[in-house]
Design a protein around this ligand. Structure first.
Ligand SMILES: Cc1cc2nc3c(=O)[nH]c(=O)nc-3n(C[C@H](O)[C@H](O)[C@H](O)COP(=O)(O)OP(=O)(O)OC[C@H]3O[C@@H](n4cnc5c(N)ncnc54)[C@H](O)[C@@H]3O)c2cc1C
Length: 421
């Protein structure tokens, strides 16, 4: 295994996939997409469907980044609550964002349209770590119902056993419209659909620079690709190609484990929902199709991974499920979460280059949407793209050198509060 962070259950159970194309010579196209995660694949597919000639270059392989390593939790919305959006942006804009980010489930639509086999399941529970967290969740659930007509189910502490067999939680909110899936197989399914739609996908090709112009040029080492439009979908790596955009996010390392298949899996999570709790450094978990517990917990603000990922994550799992403290752990992996200063994604356009990054740990659903909106904008119908593109965003303070230490300090503060709370 060349990448010690990617000894993942997903890589071990990925569907067969090999791109058809190799790139040897210079050539030209309408759209060049950089990055083969959900954002890039979705954008490439949607552009091809609109009749553009499209290539996608991926430095490693499709789903190599966060898209092939995440917790697989499909949670509608953004990292902000709907009431926060209302307060900050006013009703009209919040309504439009709500329609897009909560109601419009493009992942489900893609899975249905292309018959993507990725273990999609329904149901998500937000679980309260403290009684105060539960009060806030209940208020937000009421708000969603009365203001947006979006019904969720408030689960009292006494009813939590129906979803999660843990003594830790003080109640929760269950959303039947949310769910979970095998993220790498979704990425592979999108790649196959994109190829079928005419996208030429090149793996193992790292873009080294984008030169503006009409047409502009994308350099892949010695090979040059001329294109009318570029889509930078490199998320945590965006600063390598566009140093200025790199100032808008910091990469936070997050780790997952998968146990061996568990005989008592259905007792741990009887409704088979995915669960994420309300800690600042949250625990999130779900069952795989073959009844493993996939558990994410613990962040590190250093880029150096723990020597033993299983040993690092196990205490978080045991904290939630003491009854499986000794469970065998078959896989441990990690990845970088691109986090913006205000936790809203940073999406936009600079000349003929579109970008979308910084989904702040909440990208499994919204990246597919973002990719499709970029294609809409390119085709000249930019209204809905502008909705997301105009979310406020600021670079982290301190310039390139100080930016990470300062951001890290802030995150450490909240993580400490978690431990004390
Ligand atoms: C451990 C972990 C758990 C998470 N859990 C969840 C979750 O449960 N729910 C949720 O909603 N979100 C979750 N997220 C966040 C979510 O996975 C991301 O927001 C989303 O996958 C980002 O997709 P992307 O396509 O923008 O970026 P990525 O998937 O990171 O794709 C970027 C791609 O660009 C490629 N690349 C980089 N530089 C170059 C270059 N120069 N040339 C060519 N290619 C390049 C990379 O190899 C990579 O494949 C999690 C993230 C992590 C890391």
């Amino acid at each position: 295994m060349s990448d010690p962070l990617n000894h993942s259950y997903y890589a071990a159970t990925a569907h067969e996939w090999r791109p058809r194309d190799h790139i040897e010579d210079d050539f030209s196209c309408d759209v060049a997409v950089i990055g083969g995660g959900f954002t890039g694949l979705s954008a490439a597919l949607a552009c091809a469907e609109r009749g553009f000639s499209v290539i996608l270059v991926e430095a490693e392989h499709v789903g190599f980044g966060a898209s092939g390593r995440n917790g697989g939790q499909l949670i509608p919305g953004l990292r902000w609550t709907a009431s926060e959006l209302d307060t900050e942006f006013g009703h009209e804009r919040a309504d439009a964002l709500f329609d897009l980010c909560w109601r419009d489930n493009r992942v489900k639509a893609r899975i249905a349209k292309h018959g993507i086999d990725c273990d999609l399941k329904s149901g998500h529970l937000e679980a309260a770590w403290t009684p105060g967290d539960f009060d806030a969740m209940r208020r937000e659930a009421d708000y969603l119902a009365t203001r947006f007509g979006y019904e969720t189910e408030v689960v009292e502490k006494a009813g939590m056993d129906a979803h999660v067999a843990s003594p830790r939680y003080h109640g929760g909110v269950y959303d039947a419209r949310a769910g979970h899936f095998h993220p790498l197989n979704y990425a592979v399914g999108l790649a196959k659909a994109a190829e079928a739609a005419g996208v030429r996908i090149f793996e193992g090709r790292r873009a080294t620079s984008i030169r503006a112009g009409d047409p502009g040029q994308l350099l892949l080492g010695k090979v040059a690709v001329e294109a009318r439009y570029f889509i930078d979908a490199t998320d945590s790596w965006i600063g390598d190609l566009e140093p200025d955009l790199g100032r808008y996010t910091v990469p936070i390392m997050n780790y997952n484990i998968a146990t061996a298949p568990l005989a008592n899996a259905d007792e741990l999570l009887p409704s088979d929902a995915a669960v994420a709790d309300s800690r600042f450094v949250l625990n999130y978990f779900r069952l795989s199709a073959d009844k493993r517990l996939i558990f994410g917990g613990g962040e590190r603000y250093s880029q150096t991974p723990p020597r033993d990922i299983a040993a690092f994550v196990r205490p978080f799992m045991t904290g939630v499920f003491p009854q499986i403290a000794d469970a065998k752990i078959d896989y441990g992996w990690g990845g970088a979460v691109g986090v913006t200063m205000n936790r809203l994604p940073h999406i936009g356009r600079r000349g003929n280059m579109f970008f979308a990054h910084g989904f702040s740990g909440h990208g499994a659903l919204v990246t597919t949407l973002a990719g499709e909106l970029i294609a809409e904008a390119m085709a000249g119908t930019a209204e809905r793209f502008d909705l997301l593109a105009n979310l406020p965003s600021r670079p982290f303070p301190g310039g390139n050198w100080l930016q990470r230490p300062l951001a890290t300090l802030g995150l450490l503060f909240y993580a400490l509060k978690d431990r004390l709370g």
